[in-house]
Design a protein around this ligand. Structure first.
Ligand SMILES: C[S@@+](CC[C@H](N)C(=O)[O-])C[C@H]1O[C@@H](n2cnc3c(N)ncnc32)[C@H](O)[C@@H]1O
Length: 216
């Protein structure tokens, strides 16, 4: 009882005199994308297939999805694919040499660590992390896929993923691609997205400020 009162008073002081209690938005995705994820997972709930996230960073969206999976009838396998060590040199070089980006604007995610990430999700057995450069990954290993988020920012890995993942989506499956927005550091994803939907005449729609959805 006494400890509880003491803790409550410490919280009161910290809230008033520091920023420790100030609310933060820690998601990489916009609220409209998070809503779209929930709606998409509900729609595909009874379809046959797994789900996957390509490009997971520290796992904020992964954790959000895990929370929603608790409410679904069928708990799918959730494959989480990343290098877990930031971008691949070849992909960065392409952005610099072919897309006029600077090295400094493409820095990020090098804090990541596969073993620590895996450990952070031990309480979620449906989460199956895979360490790979997505350009070399065989999507047969996780097919069929009923819902996927593709969020690797750059042109080459986005193009390579889209070229191949589309052949492994369940009928009725949904593919969400992040960063579908032009004229910014991550517009390689946008360029690849528009090239592929045009090349294969895929049905797509845009959600919020930076999200593309392809329905199969
Ligand atoms: C924007 S972050 C992903 C954010 C995450 N989806 C979220 O919502 O919090 C991009 C991630 O893509 C990964 N990535 C970039 N290129 C990759 C590649 N060729 N293969 C695998 N992962 C890659 C990076 O390591 C990084 O963690």
């Amino acid at each position: 009882m006494l400890v509880k009162i003491l803790k409550e008073n410490i919280k009161k002081i910290l809230f008033k005199f520091s920023n420790l209690g100030s609310p933060r938005y820690s998601y990489n995705l916009d609220p409209s994308q998070l809503a779209e994820i929930v709606n998409s997972l509900n729609k595909v709930d009874e379809l046959d297939g797994n789900i996957c996230e390509i490009g997971v960073a520290r796992g904020m969206t992964t954790r959000f999805i895990c929370e929603h999976l608790k409410d679904l009838k069928i708990k799918p396998k959730y494959y989480c694919i990343d290098t877990f060590s930031s971008f691949v040199k070849e992909d960065i070089d392409h952005e610099i040499k072919q897309r006029n980006k600077s090295k400094s604007e493409l820095i990020g995610f090098s804090y990541n660590n596969y073993d620590k990430w895996k450990k952070n999700f031990l309480n979620f057995p449906e989460v199956l992390p895979i360490q790979a450069d997505i350009k070399n990954f065989d999507f047969n290993k996780i097919a069929p896929i009923k819902f996927a988020i593709l969020d690797v920012d750059l042109y080459l890995p986005t193009l390579s993923s889209l070229e191949r993942i589309k052949n492994h989506m369940s009928k009725g499956g949904i593919l969400m691609v992040d960063d579908i927005k032009k004229n910014n550091s991550w517009d390689g994803a946008s360029q690849a997205f528009y090239e592929i939907v045009k090349k294969y005449s895929l049905n797509y729609r845009l959600v919020g400020k930076k999200c593309g959805i392809i329905q199969f």
